[in-house]
Design a protein. Structure first.
Length: 430
């Protein structure tokens, strides 16, 4: 019977055939161990010379890394195996022999691996990260669907720039200027006025000259937007969503988390509510910790975020940032002109900001004033302003960066490993 490694437990003690690649191999004079992978998982195939005979044994011993195979064998339960099963091989058919696969079991440098990303994805570690990424995406759709959100797809080609104009990728749209989207938020606000609660999931682009472990040029964002939701409720939804996603990964990706050596006890602590501190408190905290160069009005860098995050074992919200640090659309604090009703969610363990969100300005005049103060064109934003002319309501939303979230939950150091084909400063290949 044909099956997959993921479903192999259903055929215990039976003979099955799987299509697989040879991920690795060890052998002695009498026995060969084949590390097989088929995308659904990894399993060890055991070839015993005394059982299969000289020909099959020699063939198995000479198999090369990443050759594609049909492997037939009997499924055996094995407690020591990560998947719980092993395959006692009876027959191997080679579909394609791979010669000199470049990624060998020895150590390779990062640039070499990045140049071979199209092959590196096959490794056990990269496979585990992609499965966790997939689980986070699945859990995202589930969470928002269960909570009456509608999935809405904002455009990728846009004529305006919600997060500031300095980091835009410009292109031509026939005779007009266009930009690759840095955030779908403004369109999601329009959609929230039509559908109530909406979320998007799509690629966003930032021409940031940052070369850090947290920055990609092209990254994927989940952007929920909610009508009739104010500042506090926005934070509650965020902490519920993030907790839900972590729980789903703990439930459905234990093999992958173990492959990555992730400390599960750290993830088990991630439950709503999350701690909240104001920007003011964060500044005082940092000054007490000896960051004496930081003053009120400065933005936080990675070392600041990490110092704050280290103080907690859950993600922490930093709220009420100075107006001057944030985009034009954020609602001012009614009690204080100099800060806005926003929050960034900082992941534990130094993974940095995973969410940026806020309540949005719903007053027409105030929004118009801010657009002008930011020297943006009223004409470009006319449609956005019109949302405040016909049944304007308080509303809020946020954007979660998928890759930073995958990095944190997986425990991988750098976001380049959390997206299949990373776009980084100086890297567009493969
Ligand atoms: O904080 P940001 O810039 O917020 C917005 O774009 C809002 N318009 C979202 C909204 O309210 N709908 O970006 C949101 C998140 C960040 O918290 C971070 O996780 C991620 O997107 N992010 C990046 N991830 C990887 N590489 C980059 N260069 C990123 N820039 C932002
Ligand atoms: Mg931000």
């Amino acid at each position: 019977m044909k099956t997959t490694i993921g479903k192999i437990g259903k055929s215990k003690d039976q003979e099955v055939t799987i299509g697989a690649w040879l991920a690795g191999k060890r052998s002695s004079g009498k026995i060969a161990f084949l590390q097989l992978r088929d995308g659904t998982g990894f399993i060890q195939g055991v070839v015993v010379k005394a059982d299969v005979g000289e020909d099959v044994f020699q063939q198995a011993k000479s198999l090369t890394q990443e050759s594609s195979l049909y492997v037939t064998g009997i499924v055996r339960e094995d407690e020591r195996a990560p998947s719980g099963y092993e395959l006692t091989v009876t027959k191997v058919e080679v579909l394609h022999e791979a010669v000199d696969y470049p990624i060998t079991p020895k150590e390779h440098g990062t640039e070499f691996l990045m140049d071979h990303r199209h092959l590196w994805l096959r490794s056990k570690r990269q496979h585990a990260v992609m499965k966790i990424r997939n689980e986070i995406i699945q859990a995202t759709y589930q969470f928002f669907t269960e909570n009456d959100f509608v999935k809405i797809d904002p455009p990728i080609l846009t004529g305006s720039a919600p997060e500031g104009t300095s980091e835009l990728f410009a292109t031509k749209y026939f005779d007009e200027d266009a930009y690759l989207s840095q955030s779908g938020q403004l369109y999601m606000e329009a959609a929230a006025m039509a559908m109530g609660r909406v979320f998007s999931f799509g690629p966003t682009f930032r021409a940031e000259k940052s070369k850090t472990r947290r920055h990609l040029i092209e990254f994927w964002m989940i952007e929920p937007e909610m009508a009739f939701v104010e500042f506090n409720e926005n934070l509650e939804i965020q902490e519920q969503y993030v907790s839900y996603v972590v729980k789903a990964v703990l439930e459905n990706c234990v093999i992958e988390l173990n492959t990555l050596g992730r400390d599960l006890s750290k993830l088990e602590k991630i439950e709503a509510p999350f701690p909240r501190i104001t920007y003011d408190e964060a500044i005082s905290f940092l000054q007490e910790k000896g960051f004496d160069d930081i003053v009120w009005g400065d933005d936080f860098g990675s070392p600041h975020e990490t110092a704050i995050a280290e103080h907690y074992d859950k993600p922490v919200f930093i709220t009420h940032y100075p107006t001057s640090l944030k985009p034009f659309y954020m609602q001012p604090d009614p009690n204080r002109e100099d800060v806005v009703l926003c929050a960034d969610l900082i992941a534990p363990e130094g993974y940095g900001e995973i969410i940026g969100g806020s309540e949005r300005i719903h007053d027409f005049e105030l929004l118009k004033k801010n657009i002008q103060a930011h020297q943006l064109s009223l004409e470009d934003y006319q449609w956005y302003l019109e949302l405040r002319q016909y049944g304007s309501v308080p509303h809020s939303g946020f954007g979660l960066g998928l890759e930073r979230t995958v990095a944190w939950i997986s425990g991988v150091e750098h976001v380049r490993e959390t997206i299949p084909f990373p776009r980084l400063l100086n890297r567009l290949y493969p």
